[in-house]
Design a protein around this ligand. Structure first.
Ligand code: HAM
Length: 424
């Protein structure tokens, strides 16, 4: 027997039963983005590996162990993008998008990380990312948060997602803090596991993310970043908090929120839900004012976030099943007997010419009247059109309202007019 070939672990097929919800979500989300004046940017899925090493940081989980990296036939090291910000900045520099102008951009698509798959965590997942360039005030941070809050309201899940925010200060303030943190860690090096010891000098902030309970217990006594923040970042953060309060957006300040990618400064934020278990962050981001310069551009302030679409789908399925209905069609066209199928195909094409929005399925593959009407019900059709041998001979059609059961026989030329009345 030939062995089946299955999909790669953690990389999922989008099955027809789910794609209707995905399409509906994507359309709602991007409509809101359009309403705020954001434009779509389409980016490659593969980039040079050193783009991610430089942008995300060499000593991060993503770069150290999660990237899908390979050499192409030329021997160049390429990587399947683990996130969208680095590619977006690369494209902006390459095409001069940041020169004397601001940009409000969004992108959508698959990202790849070699993580241990579980509910809400996959190796191929999809992000809807939003990035703004050229604005450094807290007003734009507030706009991004208001935009996401509008999404939750549109999807009726606003009661179930909570906003956590923090400021991680300027790069200089963080450098000062890191000196103090390293001194503290050196004094307690015996408590640190091997991974933390390795990170202590290369990227001490990452020690704060340690899942080791002994390290976490020690960190309760560690100096806090909030004690070392510079005045400018404090003022920026206070202004952001005021914008949020005045706009009626509840938030919690989470001083431990540092984010797992190296490019952030000032504001960081996450929208978290309790309805997903361990993988509760559905949307996360922050400012990254040095990244454009770090990747070779001029100094351009930037802020953005990305939403995990699989996580959003799980939340919507759990909390708002009304959005997750099967695709429903308007009309099912039944064809029975000699010559009927060809007439049905032509009638269907004429109706599609007149009503481009009409959802019409023509029966295919034959079957008895009973079988075809069962299929119409399965599709959730509102109306069935019947073409039998008689109707073909007399150029008529039977119009059956599947909700009331009422039916009438009309000239085929009158079908469009009757449907217009039914669906008006
Ligand atoms: P991130 O926190 O790594 O940030 O990912 C953003 C979101 O993507 C997460 O909150 C989560 O919803 C989703 N996500 C991440 N990994 C997985 C996974 N393995 N499976 C399913 N969903 C996942 C970034 O990627 C930044 N580029 C966000 C950003 C944009 N910051 C500024 N601009």
């Amino acid at each position: 027997m030939v062995k089946n070939i299955n999909a790669i672990r953690g990389m999922n097929d989008g099955l027809p039963k789910d794609t209707a919800l995905w399409q509906r979500l994507e359309s709602l989300l991007t409509k809101v983005l359009g309403g705020y004046g954001y434009s779509e940017i389409r980016l490659p899925i593969v980039e040079h590996t050193h783009l991610f090493n430089r942008a995300i940081g060499e000593v991060t989980d993503v770069v150290e162990k999660e990237m899908y990296t390979f050499d192409d036939r030329n021997g160049d090291s390429l990587t399947l993008r683990p996130e969208g910000t680095a590619g977006c900045v690369r494209a902006g520099i390459e095409h001069g998008l940041f020169y004397k102008q601001t940009q409000r951009l969004w992108y959508i698509g698959p990202m790849f990380r070699y993580e241990r798959p579980q509910k809400g965590r996959y190796r191929q997942f999809h992000q809807l990312g939003v990035e703004v360039f050229g604005l450094h005030g807290p007003d734009i941070d507030a706009e991004l948060i208001l935009l996401t809050a509008r999404w939750w309201k549109t999807l009726c899940i606003d009661e179930h997602v909570k906003l956590e925010i923090n400021t991680i200060g300027s790069l200089e303030a963080r450098a000062n803090y890191l000196t103090v943190l390293v001194r503290f860690l050196e004094q307690h090096v015996n408590v640190l596991d091997e991974k933390c010891r390795r990170r202590m000098y290369r990227n001490p902030l990452r020690v704060l993310d340690s899942k080791n309970p002994d390290v976490q217990a020690l960190l309760k006594y560690a100096p806090r970043l909030s004690g070392y923040l510079d005045e400018a970042s404090r003022a920026h953060f206070t202004a952001l908090c005021e914008f949020l309060e005045q706009a009626g957006i509840p938030y919690k300040i989470n001083e431990r929120l540092a984010r797992g990618l190296d490019y952030y400064n000032y504001t960081v934020f996450e929208w978290v839900t309790t309805s997903l278990g361990a993988q509760g962050t559905i949307c996360a981001g922050g400012r990254y004012d040095s990244l454009v310069e770090q990747l070779g551009g001029r100094s351009v302030p930037a802020v953005g976030f990305a939403m995990g679409l699989e996580r959003l789908v799980l939340v919507v399925q759990a909390l708002n099943p009304a959005l997750h209905t099967l695709p429903v069609i308007d009309v099912y066209l039944i064809a029975l007997g000699a010559g009927a199928q060809s007439v049905a195909l032509q009638l269907a094409e004429r109706l599609r010419d007149i009503f481009p929005q009409l959802k019409l399925v023509t029966n295919a593959g034959g079957g008895s009247f009973k079988k075809q009407i069962t299929r119409a019900d399965k599709w959730g059709a509102r109306v069935a059109l019947l073409l039998g041998e008689n109707e073909v001979a007399t150029e008529q059609v039977v119009v059956k309202d599947l909700r009331s059961g009422a039916q009438e026989t009309l000239a085929q030329s009158k079908t469009a007019g009757r449907l217009a009345q039914i669906f008006s």
